[in-house]
Design a protein around this ligand. Sequence first.
Ligand code: VTB
Ligand code: MG
Ligand code: MG
Length: 327
Amino acid sequence: MNIAQNIAAGLDRILTMEVVRVTERAAVAAARLRGRGDEKAADQVAVDAMRQELNRLAIKGTVVIGEGERDEAPMLYIGEEVGTGKGPAVDIALDPLEGTTICAKNLPNALAVIAIAEKGSLLFAPDVYMDKIAIGPGYPEGLIDIDASPEENLANLAKAKGVAVSDITACILDRPRHARLIDAVRATGAAIRLIGDGDVAGVIHTTDSDETGIDIYLGTGGAPEGVLAAAALRCTGGQMLGRLILDTPEKVARAQKMGISDPKRVYRAQDMARGDVLFAATGVTDGNLLDGVKFGRTFITTHTVVLRSSSRTVREIKARHQDLDKF
Ligand code: VTB
Ligand code: MG
Ligand code: MG
């Protein structure tokens, strides 16, 4: 397929490489404020840097998952038009600093992330919570069930993996709302990796359980982060189910305005991110799959993963940036 055919068919292949700069730039900006205890400042510089680099891309982009009310970031809002305006029309989901608190505390797995998809193919999710469950590739379709108990899901996963339940590790956000879930998982004998923030990384970690030691992601986190994680899983394989938590009439109405008619719908990864999807993440702090930004004396090193759904390619890009003025 040549480039012209590629543009006609969906996402431009060139974008696969171009998009790396966008997350790299956001990650470097945020990394400068690692461990400073100032979440807002780190988020702000990441947003500004991502926006600046995004506007250099030859796309006609619309942000559909952006900085919501919850993070209170001033830019890259839902509906914002980004890119040069000359190029394919695409929808964009982004989080310039996923894990603002992680970055402020300089703990593992803060990321700069973006997903680019064909127009109309990302779930237009309100900024509410989403119940999520995810496992990596190589398991029979339908193995996990969002309505089954944690005991059942863990038993089925252990059986399919050919190990005892006690050899399974679940990743769960450390929140009071998960107290019962945590007890239920521990009662099975499985281990839990409790994370302070960063459930996009948590979900992605299931896709390489040999490396990360995480087999399954469970619990509720942000719906925007759910769509970003789904985009990544579309590219790596793996299964994810998500259901918006629309527990007040106000949230149901908000979702309805965004085109969601069934408030109880269970979304699979392929329902949240359809068609041809590109996903990129650059490590801000050191993590299980990506190294954080390193500030050397003469260059800055970044570590990025770029995924594409149509080819299921996983590219890891370690870059040395010598032009320090640019950052
Ligand atoms: C998660 C986590 C994010 O929001 O989605 C979380 O992955 C969910 O909200 O890093 P609560 O913090 O209210 O539990 C973040 O922490 C922030 O975007
Ligand atoms: Mg954010
Ligand atoms: Mg976030």
